[in-house]
Ligand binder design. Structure first.
Ligand code: ADP
Length: 145
C-alpha cells in the first residue's frame, strides 16, 4: 500500500492545501495529513480546531486521515508506515526550502518526497496571507477549504 503523509502547519488549511491532497489521491492509496505542532511557531488557529476543520473537509474520503504530530516529520512518517512525504510548490521561492527538506528527510530515513505543483489560480494563497486578512477583520471563507 502506498502511503503518504502531507505535513504542514495548516494555520489555516486552505483551498490550495485541499487541492494538493485531492490530486495526490491518484498517486497514493492513503494520505495522512499531519498537522505539525511546533512550539516555536506561534499559531493563530488552535490546533484542535484545525484538526476538526480538516477532518470535516475530508469526511467523505476514507483514504484521507488527519493527525496532529510533534517532533520530526520522518518519525511521523515512520509511525504512519508512510513511504512518501507529499509537499506542494507554489513558486521558485518555495523550491530551495523544499529541496533541502527533501534531501534531509531522504538521508535521515530514506523517505521520498513527492512534489505537486500548485494550480496557478491558488499559487498566491498562503496561510500567512489568510492569517493576515483574518487579523484585519476580512472574510477569509473564500480561501478556506
Ligand atoms: P509549512 O509550515 O510546513 O510550510 P504549510 O501549512 O504552510 O506548512 O504548507 C504545507 C504544504 O502545502 C507545503 O508543501 C506548501 O508548499 C503547500 N502549500 C501551501 N500553500 C499552498 C497553496 N496555495 N497551494 C498548494 N500548496 C500549498
Amino acid at each position: 500500500m502506498r502511503i503518504a503523509i502531507f505535513p504542514g502547519s495548516f494555520d489555516p488549511f486552505t483551498v490550495g492545501h485541499a487541492d494538493i491532497v485531492n490530486r495526490s489521491l491518484s498517486l497514493f492509496d492513503k494520505v495522512v495529513i499531519g498537522i505539525g505542532k511546533n512550539s516555536l511557531k506561534q499559531s493563530i488557529f488552535p490546533v484542535e480546531n484545525r484538526l476538526q476543520h480538516i477532518r470535516k473537509v475530508f469526511k467523505d474520503e476514507p483514504r484521507v486521515a488527519v493527525e496532529i504530530y510533534t517532533g520530526l516529520t520522518v518519525d511521523f512518517a515512520r509511525e504512519q508506515n508512510a513511504q512518501f512525504i507529499l509537499r506542494g510548490i507554489r513558486c521558485v521561492a518555495d523550491f530551495e526550502y523544499e529541496r533541502n527538506m527533501a534531501e534531509a528527510n531522504k538521508q535521515l530515513a530514506g523517505v521520498e518526497t513527492i512534489i505537486l505543483y500548485t494550480r496557478p489560480e491558488y499559487a498566491h494563497i498562503s496561510s500567512t496571507l489568510v492569517r493576515d486578512l483574518y487579523q484585519h477583520g476580512q472574510d477569509i471563507t473564500p480561501y478556506l477549504a
